[in-house]
Design a protein around this ligand. Structure first.
Ligand SMILES: Nc1nc2c(c(=O)[nH]1)N[C@H]1C(S)=C(S)[C@@H](COP(=O)(O)OP(=O)(O)OC[C@H]3O[C@@H](n4cnc5c(=O)[nH]c(N)nc54)[C@H](O)[C@@H]3O)O[C@H]1N2
Ligand SMILES: Nc1nc2c(c(=O)[nH]1)N[C@H]1C(S)=C(S)[C@@H](COP(=O)(O)OP(=O)(O)OC[C@H]3O[C@@H](n4cnc5c(=O)[nH]c(N)nc54)[C@H](O)[C@@H]3O)O[C@H]1N2
Ligand code: SF4
Ligand SMILES: [Mo]
Length: 776
């Protein structure tokens, strides 16, 4: 274990004792820290870390500690809203609102047929919600248009795993992070985006000197500052970097020949694609100095154990899936998988985006079933007691494709659950125009930027107000108990979905209601049967057991009653036809392979090595837009700030957007700190203060994407391009072209935008919580 001793982080505001502590899990990020929620007089008044939870041992980060302020926010929605003839949203009863939603769903099915209703959900709800969305969507509405903000987030996780290993499920876990000699964070700013896991890594490093930390990031982030080796590559050059490294590993004879022979296929084609990637050429294309590159390649060829994490610097970059596949290749050629301290750990970002993939609420069918395998569909039909032909086969559509279908008038209802796409989608003005042209339901606890396109708004319960499970980034299923009742007039996502299913009167083949469960736990019990025998088998889980053991990693079944710390310990991969979740795609074009083509690969239980060819980013700096623009996160805020913006500490720590620019570039443009500059891309412009420094490299600027108000002119997604990766269909938020111009205005020399992340302690502890006016 990385940590010694106990430390319980907390942020509680109340006078006197709390009434009770309720078992829970942090609802913010994919680390999935265990916590207890403080309740007083029926309200949430704080949170503390769960000292027994293996993920965090009592620790919480700034967002985890401050998440509960949103629950008590006075501007919570308490009644549905309907857009009426005057063009405004007006309060309405649940009866009227749900009747309207149902009428539009029915009309869409009548007029446009199957695949005319889209549900765009989230990575922040419960597994039970996702499973219900899958069942309503596939067996009820007969639509394959189920997507989620996970498309912007962890779609690439899924597709790189399908390509290399045959099924979703990240091989290594946080336990392996504790054991690895070398940890490579690839496009992952862990210090700001997974604070507690970063603390866990650093605590071990201070104590033991391990792991050797490699960080691959074009910015010198706080994470990169902590690294033994920072590979500061040019934006969009992940694949060249990895190609150079893997080629060097092959050349230097550092491969595990026996592992390659017995447990992989595709070596020749993979190796052939690497031929030209000498370290010299790699250094030139990536901008990484030759000695740092050689150091990395030799270390990765030598290390006895290795965990590689990937996150948005890979997933939202050019060649997203190919870069992740190259990382899988690296682990496979060295046989560093399925052993303690080894394996790719393709991360998730949101607290339950993995659960959405597993339960089938997005993209593929539940429990890693293959939509192109008729046997898998037959099995689904049998389990759901529906006609096999009623189930739509796919292919799954990404949000950008769904937007295109809306533009073509093919979609009669777009149901948006737990996401704020009018801030988070790339090129958001195009998306706004599309959504304004169809009937949109928005299910959210708050009015958000997305409300402008809503025809109906359904007020949803928040974290702490409902029961269910989440799957974090390392396959751990965690339980969240209900701490308090939601505010009056507010319903949980599951209640809303069940009400919809009942009103639609979806029936199974025997004439019974399609959905018979009424509670989250009953839903989970049904889901367990769906997962039986699949890679994500959860038949050994009960809610009580999750609470007793503080989370369990799937598979959890008779063979592994306390879960599975890492996948593929037996080096058998789910690549046999009949088992595989996918017949895989062509690595270059993304074309789905047929079953015959897949069989011809002959994997049959072995992992697949794919060739990893480099395609430079679609959009690149030119004369009009001479700079690279990248976007991402600050430690203080969660996405579109609907929660963290309601926490006094976090909002104060980072109230506004800004643009980080290299000091040499700033000097060349005559820009002083605090000067308001206009950032223009081929799609739009924003005006924000400049923060010259050395975090970004020359020629690159960074804008945090958390700020999306329609009035503010500070939304990163007014600028970003909507190109997507051909395999995962994930947008390339990390590389667009832009230009920077002075506006002549300045906000002066005060702090700009955000406190430095090192100041986290200053706003995350108990003693300096200002008093919200009406706390019990
Ligand atoms: N504080 C905070 N934490 C969060 C979230 C949040 O909103 N706020 N959101 C959560 C979610 S949903 C997610 S998905 C994760 C995201 O977590 P991260 O992926 O760690 O965060 P990002 O800031 O999006 O991007 C990571 C890094 O990618 C780098 N990058 C840009 N271009 C390239 C490139 O070409 N190659 C490489 N190798 N790197 C590049 C950026 O410089 C950046 O430092 O965070 C989770 N945690
Ligand atoms: N430029 C740029 N854009 C990006 C990214 C980037 O790095 N750069 N990253 C992308 C990534 S990885 C992600 S994950 C997305 C995130 O983007 P979004 O998902 O759009 O952002 P959130 O603010 O998390 O939105 C969640 C919404 O759900 C609501 N909500 C909270 N809890 C509940 C609940 O229990 N039920 C319901 N029904 N609603 C709830 C919140 O109020 C909020 O409106 O942004 C993507 N967009
Ligand atoms: S690291 Fe993630 S899960 Fe843990 S407290 Fe912070 S936001 Fe919550
Ligand atoms: Mo994400």
């Amino acid at each position: 274990m990385a940590w010694e001793g106990e430390r319980v982080d907390s942020n509680v505001y109340t006078q006197g004792e709390v009434d009770r502590w309720v078992y829970g899990t942090c609802g913010i990020c994919s680390v999935g820290c265990g916590c207890h929620v403080a309740v007083k007089d029926g309200r949430i008044v704080g949170v503390k870390g769960n000292a027994k939870h293996p993920t965090n041992r009592g620790r919480l980060g700034p967002k985890g500690e401050n998440q509960w302020y949103a629950n008590g926010s006075p501007d919570r929605l308490r009644t549905p809203l309907i857009r009426r003839g005057d063009g405004e949203l007006h309060p309405a009863s649940w009866e009227e609102a749900m009747a309207l939603v149902v009428a539009h769903a029915k009309r869409s099915l009548d007029e446009r047929g199957r695949n005319s209703v889209a549900i765009y959900s989230t990575g922040q709800a419960f597994l039970e919600d996702y499973y219900t969305i899958a069942k309503i969507g596939r067996a009820g509405l007969q639509t394959h248009l189920l997507d989620a903000n996970t498309r912007l987030c962890t779609a690439t996780t899924e597709f790189c795993l399908l390509q290399s290993f045959g099924a979703d499920g990240t091989p290594a876990s946080f336990d392996d992070v504790d054991e690895a000699d070398t940890l490579m964070l690839f496009g992952h700013n862990l210090a700001e985006t997974g604070t507690v896991l970063f603390e866990r890594v650093i605590a071990r490093k201070r104590r033991t000197g391990k792991p050797y930390l490699i960080v691959v990031d074009p910015r010198r982030t706080v994470t990169a500052e902590a690294a033994d080796l920072h590979l500061q590559l040019y934006p969009g050059t992940n694949v060249p970097l990895l190609n150079g490294i893997v080629r060097h590993v092959l050349e230097s004879g550092a491969t595990d020949e026996r592992f390659l022979r017995e447990h992989t296929v595709g070596y020749e084609k993979m190796a052939a694609a690497l031929e030209t990637w000498t370290l010299e050429r790699t250094a030139q294309v990536t901008g990484v100095p030759g000695d740092a590159l050689r150091e990395a390649a030799e270390r990765l060829g030598r290390t006895g154990s290795l965990v590689t994490t990937t996150l948005q610097g890979t997933y939202q970059s050019a060649d997203a899936t190919t870069a992740c596949v190259a990382i899988n290749n690296l682990h496979l050629v060295r046989g560093l998988i399925g052993k303690p301290g080894c394996g790719p750990l393709h991360m998730a970002g949101q607290p339950s985006s993995s659960a959405n993939r597993t339960a089938g609420g997005v993209g593929t069918y539940p429990a890693q079933r293959n939509a192109n395998d008729p046997k898998h569909l037959q099995e689904m039909a049998r389990l759901w007691k529906v006609d096999e032909h009623a189930l739509p086969a796919g292919p799954e559509k990404g949000i950008e494709e769904i937007l295109a279908m809306i533009e073509e008038g093919k979609i009669g209802l777009f149901w948006n659950i737990g996401t704020n796409p009018m801030v988070s989608l790339p090129n958001r003005w195009r998306a706004r125009k599309a959504l304004e042209s169809t009937f949109v339901v928005v299910q959210d606890p708050f009015l958000t930027e997305t409300s402008v396109v809503a025809d109906v708004v359904l007020p949803a319960a928040l974290w702490g107000e409902k029961e269910g499970t989440m799957e974090n980034a390392d396959r751990t299923i965690n339980l969240l108990r209900k701490a308090v009742e939601p505010p009056e007039g507010v319903r949980s996502d599951l209640e809303i979905l069940l009400d919809f299913a009942a009103r639609m009167d979806f029936r199974d083949r025997e004439g019974n209601p399609l959905i018979a469960y009424r509670t989250p736990e009953e839903c989970f019990e049904e889901w367990k049967e769906i997962s039986r025998g699949r890679p994500c088998d959860m038949t050994g889980i009960t809610y009580a057991k999750l609470e007793e053991h503080n989370g369990l990693r799937w598979p959890v079944n008779d063979e592994a009653p306390l879960g599975t710390p890492r996948l593929y310990a037996d080096h058998v991969f789910p690549t046999s036809p009949g088992v595989a979740q996918s017949y895989t795609k062509d690595q270059l074009t993304g074309r789905a392979l047929t079953r015959e083509e897949f069989e011809a690969i002959g994997a049959g239980g072995r992992a697949i090595l794919h060739p990893t060819c480099y395609l430079p980013p679609v959009e690149q700096p030119d004369e009009r837009y001479p700079m690279w623009l990248t976007t991402g996160r600050l430690v203080w805020h969660w996405h579109t700030r609907t929660k963290t913006g309601r926490s006094p500490h976090l909002q104060v720590a980072a109230p506004h957007a800004y643009v980080e620019i290299h000091e040499d570039d700033a000097a060349a443009l005559g820009i002083q700190p605090g000067d308001v500059v206009r950032v223009t891309s081929p799609r739009g412009w924003i005006e924000v203060p400049a923060r010259p420094g050395r975090t970004v490299q020359k020629g690159l600027v960074f804008v945090p994407f958390h700020y999306g108000s329609w009035e503010g002119h500070e939304a990163a997604n007014d600028l970003t391009a909507d190109f997507t990766d051909p395999l995962s269909k994930q947008p390339t938020f990390k590389q667009s072209a832009c230009r920077i111009e002075k506006t002549g205005r300045s906000i002066g020399k005060g702090p700009i935008g955000s406190l430095p992340p090192g100041a986290a302690g200053a706003v995350s502890s108990e003693h300096n919580v200002p008093l919200p006016p009406d706390m019990p």
